[in-house]
Design a protein around this ligand. Structure first.
Ligand code: GLU
Length: 466
């Protein structure tokens, strides 16, 4: 049997990090088994679904590099859902219910006062002849749930979970306006898409008992279920707005690399020994459902940020440079071909100092423009001093005579100059850094000079010295 998984988001908001993790697990499970990973946008609730949310979900999945093999929109399958509902009626597995709103309200009252079980609908149209239907009432279609016994789900994460059938209402599968309910749509689509494994949040476990009965009524194979514990905040409480950053796009905006995000989400509730840094290829090779934990995982921002810093160091410099150039374009900074070359050459030194892509962009600015560069307050301050400017002018004269422009030689020239004036190297390096970077934080100043090249270095020194 070839494995088919699906991610089935309801497009009512952004791609929640819980949803992103569900998508990742489905993706990895499918790829581990050489199967297919499908995307089904559950847009049946037309009022709450928005195009904006759909775009946010598609963007989020693409950003995380979770490529889906097929894409469907649930609302497009409504005819098929209706057909199945009517077939179930024809087969005697479902029935039309003509209850009035008043009758239903009364049933809810009765259920409340009797205080037992979760079954509310009393089944009054279950075996009644539709010929007795009152006039002017458009019926709904309800599924016949078993009245006795129990339903057990052999969940691949939770183990066996059992529910008394007495708790299962004859739920509505088709509304009186002919629209399918969510519960029916999920079952029909999972069947039609050939889904073999439904991996999703454990807030859907209760639905699974009901869905299993719909599968059975249709005479279809039931997929395997795997209900994964939800993600909680650092305080152990269910994730909510108050925990901040719930959508993956917020992490993208925070400068997190997608592979760091995936690695972090993977470790949130799944483990492989003590491995912390896990590449996509390793994740595909190792992923299994047995190692998904049964208790909720806690979101830990520090861990994510540390992991990200690690990924920054090992990311391909050309790719990071591409990201910086895109940020520069968005910020309206024009980057000359020379500056672009400097950026690529200096990238390893920059990336090893940046914990995220926002910091990387800030650090990169020193290479992005040609002289004259912008100076921040601190840099300007350290160049106010006459002696500092004299230092720069003298050093520039020595640098002009350098026979090669490597880091070591530049370092040697600056040291020899500092010694000749009986200055600490820091006294020379500080104005040098201000002049060359416009800031007071940067990679080693000799690395910066080497990357900037002779001409640009001297141009910046000259401007600062005067
Ligand atoms: N559309 C549901 C949700 O976004 C998921 C349904 C499912 O995975 O079966 O929570």
């Amino acid at each position: 049997m070839s494995v088919v998984t699906r991610f089935a988001p309801s497009p009512t908001g952004f791609l929640h990090i819980g949803g992103a993790r569900t998508a990742l697990f489905n993706y990895l499970y499918a790829k581990h088994h050489g199967g297919r990973f499908l995307l089904r946008v559950e847009d049946t609730d037309r009022k709450r679904s928005t195009d904006e949310a759909i775009q946010a979900i598609l963007h989020g999945l693409s950003w995380l590099d979770l490529k889906w093999d097929e894409e469907t929109y649930q609302s497009e399958n409504a005819d098929r859902h209706r057909e199945v509902a009517n077939q179930l009626v024809a087969d005697g597995k479902a029935y039309k219910c003509f209850c009035t709103p008043e009758e239903l309200a009364q049933m809810r009252e009765n259920a409340k006062s009797s205080g037992g079980g979760t079954r509310i609908y009393d089944g009054r149209w279950r075996d009644r002849d539709p010929a007795e239907a009152p006039e002017g009432i458009a019926p709904v279609i309800r599924i016949k749930m078993p009245l006795e016994g129990e339903t057990t789900i052999a969940d691949l994460v939770q183990g066996d979970v059992t529910q008394a059938n007495g708790n299962l209402d004859d739920l509505i599968i088709l509304r009186s306006d002919g629209t399918p309910t969510y519960m029916l749509a999920v079952v029909v689509d999972d069947h039609d898409m050939g889904v073999t494994h439904a991996i999703r949040g454990d807030d859907h476990l209760n639905n699974a008992f009901r869905q299993l009965q719909i599968f059975k009524a249709c005479g279809w194979d039931v997929p395997e279920f795997a209900h994964i514990p939800l993600i909680h905040g650092a305080d152990g409480a269910k994730l909510s707005k108050r925990h901040g950053a719930l959508g993956v796009e917020a992490y993208e905006e925070m400068g997190i690399l997608p592979e760091a995000m995936c690695n972090y989400l993977l470790r949130l509730g799944w483990s492989h020994g003590d491995e912390e840094t896990i590449s996509r290829a390793q994740a595909v090779e190792w992923f299994n459902l047995e190692s998904v934990g049964r208790s909720p995982a806690r979101l830990d921002m520090d861990k994510l940020l540390n992991l990200n810093a690690q990924y920054m160091k090992s990311a391909d410099p050309a790719r990071l440079a591409g990201g910086v150039l895109a940020d520069a374009a968005a910020a309206g900074i024009t980057v000359s071909p020379d500056a672009e070359k400097r950026l690529v050459a200096g990238m390893p030194g920059l990336a090893s100092r940046a914990k995220n892509t926002l910091e990387l962009f800030e650090l990169s600015k020193l290479y992005l423009t040609d002289a004259p560069i912008e100076m921040n307050e601190k840099a300007r301050d350290s160049l106010k001093d006459d002696d500092a400017r004299k230092t720069l002018a003298e050093l520039a004269e020595l640098l002009k005579k350098a026979t090669s422009w490597g880091e070591d030689e530049l370092d040697g020239i600056a040291r020899a100059y500092a010694e000749s004036r009986e200055l600490k190297l820091g006294k020379v390096a500080q104005p040098l850094r201000a002049a060359l970077t416009g800031t007071n934080v940067s990679p080693s100043i000799f690395e910066v000079m080497a990357v900037l090249g002779r001409e640009e270095t001297l141009a910046r020194l000259e401007i600062a010295a005067n």
